[in-house]
Design a protein around this ligand. Structure first.
Ligand SMILES: O=C[C@H](O)COP(=O)(O)O
Length: 258
């Protein structure tokens, strides 16, 4: 059992639609998960999702956020707007944003500041690519990504999550092993301690993402430094995602009887 409830977040990426939203809501709305659950659909579904899930304890979030607060920035969505429509969190610096949309550590830093200022929980995504992995550069890459995004950030009691997503494990069906994930999460916790202080670092949820399925969720969540999961492909099947959430539920602290 974990000291705090595991957090399981679905990232639909550029997938889904009204049908998936309705099927997901139907699958989740009656369940009162002890695990913390989040869903990040494409922007256009956020408002409806928030409305459909208003009587549940499931958080809705976004897959990105603008580094700008407002102004002439066509196509952008600000942290304040996301907060206004009911988002609880936003993903920042997903590897697909870094690779395809050329986001960098500096923009991640600004986005984290924007999210915190608006009252959103940032989920900063970090991770090495396969070449960096093969060259043994994982810690160096994470050091840079964590320090450049977080140095100087003051949480002031607000929640922050880190999602470790080795790029070579995303969408490939080849998840990192539980032992690999534990080792890397330990390193992330150590660096968070150096950046934020050990007390605050202990409160940060460190999620793993990359080919998470119902078959490997339990083993990954059993690792002491794995506080949750960020699920891509498997979250597009509401029943499969619900099974992963049920596995996380088993590890959530028991609630005191009322
Ligand atoms: O944000 C989610 C990750 O990119 C993992 O995606 P995946 O579960 O399809 O490998």
């Amino acid at each position: 059992m974990k000291q705090r409830a595991p957090l399981v977040v679905a990232n639909w990426k550029l997938n889904g639609g009204t049908d998936l939203m309705c099927a997901s809501v139907a699958s989740f709305v009656k369940k009162r998960f002890k695990a913390a659950i989040g869903i990040a659909p494409p922007y256009v579904y956020i408002s409806d999702m928030v409305s459909f899930l208003r009587n549940s304890n499931i958080m809705v979030g976004s897959q990105n956020v603008s580094k700008f607060a407002s102004g002439a920035f066509t196509g952008e969505t600000s942290a304040q707007m996301l907060k206004e429509v009911g988002c609880g969190f936003c993903l920042i610096g997903h590897s697909e944003r870094r690779q395809v949309f050329l986001e960098n550590d500096a923009s991640c830093h600004t986005k984290i500041e924007r999210a915190l200022a608006a009252g959103l929980m940032p989920i900063l995504c970090v991770g090495e690519n396969s070449q960096q992995h093969e060259l043994g550069l994982t810690h160096d890459i994470l050091y840079r990504q964590l320090h450049q995004a977080l140095d100087g950030v003051s949480l002031q009691g607000q929640r922050l999550c880190i999602a470790y997503e080795p790029v070579w494990a995303i969408g490939t069906g080849k998840a990192a092993s539980a032992a690999q994930v534990q080792e890397v999460h330990e390193y992330i916790r150590q660096e968070l301690g150096a950046i934020l202080g050990a007390g605050v670092a202990g409160q940060v949820d460190i999620l793993y993402g990359g080919s998470v399925k119902k078959d490997n969720a339990a083993e990954l969540l059993a690792m002491p430094n794995v506080d949750g999961l960020l699920v891509g492909g498997a979250s597009l099947d509401p029943d499969h995602f619900a099974e992963i959430c049920a596995i996380a539920n088993e590890l959530a602290p028991h609630q005191e009887a009322q």
